[in-house]
Design a binder for this molecule. Sequence first.
Ligand code: MEV
Length: 335
Amino acid sequence: MNSDRVREGSRPTAERAGEGHGTGRAHGKAILLGEHTVVHGTPAIAFPLPALSARGVAHRDRPGVARENLAGQHFRFVAGGIGTQERASSGAHVAVEEALRRWGLAGEVVEVALDCEIPPARGLGSSAACAAAAVRAVADLYDRTIDSDALYEVVQCGEQFAHGRASGVDASTAVANGPIWFRTGAARELAIGLDATLVIADTGVSGATQHAVAAVRRKLETDQRAAKRLLERATDLVESAAADLAAGHAESLGKTLLEFQELLTELGVSTPEIDTLVTAAHDAGAFGAKLTGGGLGGCVLALTDTGDDAARVRAALSRAGAARTWIVPTRGAQP
Ligand code: MEV
């Protein structure tokens, strides 16, 4: 369905764990710009976050047998057996049910344990990463190879379950090897000629992507002329950002990020906490900053120079109330 999708099978990140169980891994993501409007057909640009990952371990179900003691945010589910998604507990569960069905293994019963270091409800792609890690673990368990298109499709089933109408940008980035350009279900690798830093800061407030997506939809539906203007503007900004990323124009890219933040504010998904962090990053010398992901809480992303500038912006974000911060080099975002 998508010949452009970044190629990656399950093998590079699914290390075999030995007889009787399988393992899989996937990473989080940060949308540089294009969130929300991407649901309505504009492009978006997203970066993988290799430092934030989800790991899955899959067993053929053996009730009562002790499992590894997973640390951090973790959860388990049992998939298969009845071959339906009716009792699914999460997007990862739905994705595994779908993968088993596609492999003709719907009668199998599998326990999947997930250990996820990506904070949930922060716009960093935790649900897509958990689904991709879980499916890779099950693929590993049954010695199946799953290419990136098939993995995207089953992860996207989980995303629709978790978030309602999801564009697919989270699922695509969770299975990508580098920054991507995404539009209407198709992803391609993006040329990056910019040596800069993304500083990501957590407002400490949980976002609600499904709620935010529904609110934006209502807003766009109530004023079709404004919707057309906003979506055309969003497309122009994402195209301009791609050109700046390729050419290494940090200042111009920073301005574009600020303009996209204005657009997201007009769409109603910014909050006072987000605005405070955007201003703090800008005042500390960032080229630009904006919310990243669904908004209404979640995270802010700032574009800075490398080295001291990134450290200064990071410190300013912490002083302004960021619960956590992460540093992502624009050129080193390969998992
Ligand atoms: C969520 O990470 C990104 C949104 O654009 C929703 C989507 O694309 O499915 C808000």
